[in-house]
Ligand binder design. Sequence first.
Ligand code: DGL
Length: 277
Amino acid sequence: MPSEKKTTANSANRPIGIFDSGIGGLTVANAIQKELPYESLVYFGDTAHLPYGDKSPDSIKYYSIRIAQFLLQQQCKMIVIACNTASSLAFETVKSFVDGKVPVINVIDPVVDHVIRTGKRKKIGVIGTKGTIKSDIYAKKIRSRNSKLDVASLATPLLAPMIEEGFFNNKISRTVIASYLSSRKLAKIDSLILACTHYPLIKKEVEEYYEEGVEIVDSAGVVAAHVKEVLKKSKQLAGKKKPVHHFYVSDFTKSFEESTKYFFKNKIHLEKSDIWI
Ligand code: DGL
C-alpha cells in the first residue's frame, strides 16, 4: 500500500534523540554518527543539572522524563539515554513515559550483553558515578546472566566533572585516574567497564595505566551497533541523504561547545533550550 510505505519512509527519516548530562553522551552520538552516517541526530546536554552522578534518583527521573518529552516534541524516532546514571535510575520511568511511541535505548544492556558474549572473563571491574555504582545495576545484570563472574564496582565521582572541564590527557587526569584504579577493590580484574559515557575520553589513559592484560570496555561503539540493529529490524534506517544534527544544551558552557566541535567539527549549531522554564 503506497500510503503506508510513505509513512514508513517519512518516519525513518526522523532524527535519533540522544541525551546526557553534558558532553559524555557525545561519545555515543559520535559512534552512532560513524556507524550510521545518514542518521540525523538531536542531542540534548543537560548542562544546567550537571553532574547527574550525585543527584537523587527522583531528580534524575524528573530530568529524564522532561528531556524525553522534548525529544518526542522534536519528532525523534528513537531515544537513546546516553548516560549511565540516567540509564541506571530512570530507564524504566522513561520507557513508561514514552509508552511504546518510540524505542528507548539505555547504555547498560548492550554493554552487559557484550561482556557476557565475548572474551573469557573472571573478574570484571566497573567504574562509574556514585548514582550508577550505588544502583549496583551492572553487577546485578551481569550476575543474572552468569553467576560465576566476579564483579567489582567502584564509584569514581571526580572523573566526569574533571572530563567535563576538559581535564584529560594531562598530568592531573593521570594522577586522579591512577589514584582510583589502584584501589584494592579492582585488584586482579581482567576487564574494566567504563560505566560512564564521559569516560571514553580517558580510555587511552586507562589503557596506559594497565599497560596490558585488562580489556577496557566502553559503551560508545557497542551502543551504536545496538542502535543500528534496532533501527534495521524495525525498518527505520534513514535513507541516503545528508543528515542534519541539532545540539541543545540547558545552559551554555564553553567545554560543551569545544567538545561538540571536537567530535563533530564545525558542522554544529549549538542551541540553548529552556525546557526547565
Ligand atoms: N555521562 C554520565 C554517565 O554516564 C553522567 C556523568 C555525570 O553527569 O555525573 O553517568
